[in-house]
Design a binder for this molecule. Structure first.
Ligand code: NIG
Ligand code: FE
Length: 417
């Protein structure tokens, strides 16, 4: 069955060779003027037509015709780094932060990741499924059509598998964003282990079973002084690659811990946070083709400074942004994250959109194998219709969603027209 979008406003199509870097990120040739029509067949964009009149040839009694009424159109957003599946509530930590306790202090006071691990281990799959489903529905209302999510709050084989199974079950729900699943067993050292004994457990017990399960496409490590060092991270990631997993890494969230050099050396798909990465490591990452995944929600939630996003434009290196939704940073809206860049850090709204669509599409592929994060013939029909006729509005309403309707895998979902 066809869905036909007529009277489209400006379409930010982003139909370019990715990754898009440097000044290309703000090139207005990536935008079509208003007036076009988009033909969707099943879950694929079949045709982009010059005018709504031309759409007649593609409609029959079965077609669903949507009058976009001149509203602006952008691609479905891709959240390439999140932690959606966990239980518990860490709200009390906000006052500890205000009293001057660091993230590491809070962990040693019984908060942080290990608090979430205890609650998540105790939760059954139904409870985890229901809370994660609600989060995915909220993300979808803000235009997310595809999301990467990680395990990492189980930290033993059965609990990590439980989280990946929940992700797998959610991935069968057509009303939700599609899911890219990552194993993050190396997220923290559980109380019953030392760094050495847990690293051994990760490699010899968890990894073989996780790889055999087929439930994770990638492996990730929290490489940060105080959690996993460069040496352990290298070992875990190299073994993961041998077992057929793709690689991602958390680096330099609080200090420059040498993760950037490792990310370049291993040519991981995406090195995320990368807040305090030194310029030599940024150059090495660029040469190695490693994407930098900025996670501005973390400095927002922690009350720390923003990284210098525009320096990535000068460096001409590939970068993306993502929510990093987690118990310490409960942001599910990519438009809000982009607002932080655009309205607080002087980043161009078109560059911020590239960093939320086409660039993360390369590190976070769609399960169909089709291109996504762009609006072109042959791509997945993941499209957002905005409330405004101006595409720039996509990141200018931090308190509510700029999206009035989403085409998710070809299915029209009206949020609020
Ligand atoms: O990416 N930094 C490591 N992991 C998460 C935070 C996890 C947590 O605090 O629960 C992150 O920010
Ligand atoms: Fe993270």
């Amino acid at each position: 069955m066809r869905t036909v979008l007529v009277n489209c406003g400006p379409i930010v199509h982003l139909d370019v060779e990715g990754p898009c870097t440097g000044s290309d990120m703000s090139n207005e040739e990536m935008i079509y003027d208003a007036g076009k029509a988009i033909i969707i067949n099943g879950n694929v964009i079949e045709k982009i037509l010059e005018s709504s009149e031309d759409a007649i040839d593609f409609t029959d009694s079965d077609s669903e015709i949507i009058n976009v009424d001149g509203k602006a159109i952008i691609p479905g957003l891709i959240d390439s780094h999140s932690h959606i599946i966990w239980a518990g509530d860490r709200s009390r930590e906000v006052r500890w932060k205000q009293q001057g306790h660091s993230y590491a202090d809070i962990a040693s006071m019984g908060g942080g990741i290990s608090y979430t691990v205890a609650a998540t281990r105790a939760a059954n799959k139904t409870k985890l499924h229901n809370s994660a489903k609600k989060r995915l529905q909220i993300a979808a209302k803000s235009g997310t059509t595809h999301i990467e999510t990680k395990s990492g709050y189980g930290l033993d084989l059965d609990s990590e598998l439980k989280l990946l199974e929940v992700a797998h079950n959610l991935s069968h729900d057509d009303s939700l964003p599609t899911i890219d699943s990552t194993w993050l067993g190396a997220h923290a050292i559980p109380k019953e282990h030392t760094l050495k004994s847990y690293t051994e457990e990760l490699i010899s017990i968890q990894l073989p079973k996780i790889a055999e399960s087929g439930l994770a496409r990638s492996a990730d490590v929290f490489c940060e002084p105080g959690w996993f060092g460069v040496e352990e991270s290298e070992l875990i990631l190299k073994e993961s690659r041998k077992m057929g997993l793709n690689l991602r890494i958390h680096i330099d969230e609080f200090v420059d811990g040498g993760g950037g050099e490792l990310a370049a050396d291993l040519k991981v798909d995406s090195a995320d946070h990368a807040h305090y990465t030194n310029s030599n490591a940024r150059n090495l990452m660029k040469e190695a083709g490693v994407n930098t995944g900025f996670l501005p929600g973390t400095p927002y939630s922690m009350g720390s400074d923003w990284p210098d996003f525009n320096s990535m434009i000068s460096l001409d290196a590939p970068w993306s942004i993502a929510t990093d939704f987690n118990p310490n940073n409960q942001i599910l809206s990519l438009p809000f994250i982009a607002s932080c860049l655009v309205q607080r850090c002087n980043v161009d709204p078109l560059s911020a959109l590239v960093a939320s669509t086409i660039n993360p599409s390369l590190t976070t592929p769609h399960p169909s194998g089709l291109p996504h994060g762009r609006i072109c013939e042959g791509a997945v029909a993941n499209i957002n219709i905005l409330h405004s006729k101006h595409w720039e509005s996509w990141c200018l309403t931090p308190g509510h969603s700029p999206v009035c309707a989403t085409i998710l895998n070809g299915n029209y979902q009206l949020h609020d027209f």
